[in-house]
Design a protein around this ligand. Sequence first.
Ligand code: PLP
Length: 457
Amino acid sequence: MAHWRGFTAMAADPPLVIESAQGCFLHTQDGRRLFDGVSNLWCNVHGHSHPEIIAAIQDQVRRVSHITTLGMTADVTEALATRLADITPGDLGHVFFSSDGSSAVEAALKMAFQYWNQKQNPRPEKTRFLTLGKAYHGDTTGSVSLGGIDLFHRLFAPLLFSCLRVPPPCTYRLPEGVDVGDALQHYGDAIHDLIRRHHHELAGVVMEPLVQGAAGMVTHPPGLLARVRQWCDEYDVLLIADEVATGFCKTGRLFACQHEAVTPDILCLGKGLSGGTLPLAATLAGPKVFSAFLGKASENRQFFHGHTFGGNPTAAAAALASLDLIERQDTSRVAFEKAQLLRRQLASLESHPYVGDIRGRGLMIGIEIVFNREKKQSFAPEHRIGYKICQAAIARGFWLRPLGDVIVVMPAPVADPDDLTRLAIAIGESIEEVTRHPNMYASSEHARGATMAGGAS
Ligand code: PLP
C-alpha cells in the first residue's frame, strides 16, 4: 500500500483502479465499465477525456507547461484571469490562482484579514469569521477552522482559530416548532443576530451558497444568500462565497450566487474550473478589496501569499477550453434540464419507506436514507447504509460515493438522458436491496439525531 489515500480507511477493501475514462464512464483495471455518478468528486463538467480539452492541454504543454506567477506570468494565465473577471458576478475583477479548493479558501481568509489591516481607515480588530454549522471548506488548517463537521474537524481543534457559528440552514431537519415556510426567517434571524452583535470584530461571513455539499447536500431556504449579502453591506463585513463545489453549472447556473443576484466580496472557485481535468483554483475579489493591496514595492501592501503552481499555464489552458465548451454548449441550461429529468426519475423514491429526503439544487442531489421517516431518525452509523447502497449501485455499474447516509448524485451535465434514467433505476434497486430487511437494523431504534455527513467529500 504505497499510496496513502485521503479520507480512506487504509485497512479496508482495495480501491477500484481506473485505467481510463471516456465521457461519463470509468474503465477499471478488472474490466468493468462504470457510470460516474458523482463526476469524480463533483469536478467533471464535460465528461472525461473531452477531445477539445485534451487538445488544449497538449498544445499548451508543447509551448510551456509551467511558469511561476512570481515575477512573471503566462499569456494563457492572463487570458484566463480576464475571462473569469468577465463571467463571474458583478465586479469581481481580480483573480488570485491556486491549485485546489482548500487553497482558494485559505487565500480568501488571509486576503480578508490583510484587507482589514491595510485598507484606507484600517480596522485591524476585524479578525474573526462567521461560518455555517456543518460547513466544509477544505482540509488546510485555516479552512478546517471554518469547518463544522465533527468527524473531520473536531480532532484538530487545538490547532484551529475559533469562528462564530450558526446552525446549518437545513430545510429538512428544522428545529421543533419551525416549519418549512418559516425556515428563511428562522435561520436568517440567527445569522443576522450574530452579525449585528459581532460586526465590530467580524472580518467576513464565509458560506457555501445555496447547497452545503459535504454537509450532506444541506439545502438552504431560497433567499438566505441575498439576505446575508444585505446584512454584510449593512454592517461592513465581507461576504466570502465558497463556490468550489457549487460553481460551474452544477446548480443550473454558472455560479450559485447568480440564483440570488448576489456578488460576494470574495469568491472561491476550484473543482470544475478546469472542467475537472487538472488541479486549478481561484480566489476572486472586487475593487474594494483589491485596492487595499495596490501599491509599489516600497509600500509593502502586496498580498503575502502565493503557491508554486498557482496559475499553472497547462491548467489554465484546460480551463479556457472548458469555458469555451460551457459557453458554446450552454452547459448551465443543459445542467438545469438534465437535473429536471433526473429529479423526475427519482421522484418515485420520495415515498420509499427509508428515503427521508431528496434535496439539492440542479445536479447537486442528495438522497437521505433514514430508519424512521416520521421521526427523521437515522440508521445507527455502524450499519453504513449509505456505503452499502453505493456498493450495490457499483455492482449495477454506477459509481456513487455517499456522505454518511446521504447518497450523493452529481453526474456531469453532459450525461446521456438514457444513462440518467438507468442511474435512477439503479439507485432505487440498490436502496431496495439494502433496506429490504430492516429488522436487522433494530439497533437503529436507539440511534439519535442525524448523520448528515460521515464520509469525505
Ligand atoms: N470548499 C468546498 C465547498 C468543497 O466542497 C471542497 C471540497 O469538497 C473544498 C472547499 C476543498 O476543495 P479541495 O478538496 O480541492 O481542496
